[in-house]
Design a protein around this ligand. Structure first.
Ligand code: ATP
Length: 263
């Protein structure tokens, strides 16, 4: 049985009808020119609904990271559109994109990217400090309690396990109540137990705190924590699975690898 299916997704059922947190519409991304031209995304349309946890999977080179970078305003798009909430990313200046990333998007990367000289608490609030925003104390307490870091707040990253460091990174991503969190292989550097904790927390942030998460992963077990899996191949969305289990995800991945994209 898939552990991610044992509790009802209350937040999802309440919020899924509202406008999506992020939308790609016929999104294309072309790198290079002439002989080095690569079409990384070839008309990708996908919605990330509020209060939903989406995993993005696909073979190496299928465009997963490119999709995430374009949606998060880290990379310019070549055609189509990308929106965070109702904000269209095309045409935004570098300054506006920086502000968008800072104020409306949370990031979790494979490498935890914590500042070594700061405590866990200072790392968690750093983006808010940089933005000159006052942390919402009640929300922060809720996030810190949920990630189980209340007794580690004064520790520096070197004094924390990998799993704890990634939980600090997740709390940091959540601290500003972003419109959406983009997670790129968040469990890639963790053992399976720590990985399960981080994934469980990402799932809880969606179910219990009403957040929205899009996560790139290669791992069918990680994907099984999501509400849905979007499959990419050769820069296209080729499949989608709801209520995934590790077994159903693996089965779809095998079909992609053999080029059978039916169903
Ligand atoms: N900066 C770049 N310049 C040129 N080509 C790029 C660049 N970034 C990505 N590509 C190409 O775009 C395609 C999609 O790459 P992308 O990294 O999005 O795939 P991916 O699915 O995330 O792969 P992986 O699972 O290996 O991380 C690949 O063919 C890749 O070589």
């Amino acid at each position: 049985m898939n552990p991610s299916r044992t509790t009802a997704s209350h937040a999802s059922s309440v919020t899924m009808t509202t406008r999506p947190a992020a939308v790609a519409d016929k999104l294309t991304k072309v790198y290079g020119q002439g002989e080095t031209r690569v079409v990384a995304l070839d008309g990708v349309s996908v919605e990330f609904r509020r209060g939903e946890f989406t995993a993005i999977m696909g073979p190496s080179g299928s465009g997963k990271s490119t999709l995430m970078h374009c949606m998060a305003g880290l990379d310019a798009i070549s055609g189509g559109s990308a929106r965070i909430g109702d904000l269209e990313l095309t045409g935004l200046s570098d300054k506006q994109l920086t502000r968008l990333r800072r104020d409306r998007i949370g990031f979790v990367f494979q490498a935890f990217n914590l500042l070594p000289t700061l405590t866990a608490a200072e790392n968690i609030t750093l983006p808010l400090t940089i933005a000159g925003r006052r942390p919402d104390k009640a929300w922060l307490d809720e996030v810190i309690a949920a990630v189980g870091l209340a007794d580690r707040l004064e520790h520096r990253p070197a004094q924390l396990s990998g799993g704890q460091q990634q939980r600090v990174a997740v709390a940091r991503a959540l601290a500003g109540r972003p419109e959406i969190i983009f997670a790129d292989e968040p469990t890639g550097n963790l053992d399976s137990r720590s990985g399960a904790e981080v994934l469980g927390f990402l799932r809880d942030s969606v179910r219990e705190l009403g957040q929205t998460v899009a996560m790139v992963t290669h791992d069918p077990v990680a994907a099984s924590y999501a509400d849905r899996v979007v499959f990419l191949a050769d820069g296209h969305v080729v499949d989608e699975l709801r209520e995934p289990t590790a077994a159903t995800v693996l089965d779809r991945m095998k079909r992609l690898d053999t080029g059978d994209r039916a169903g």
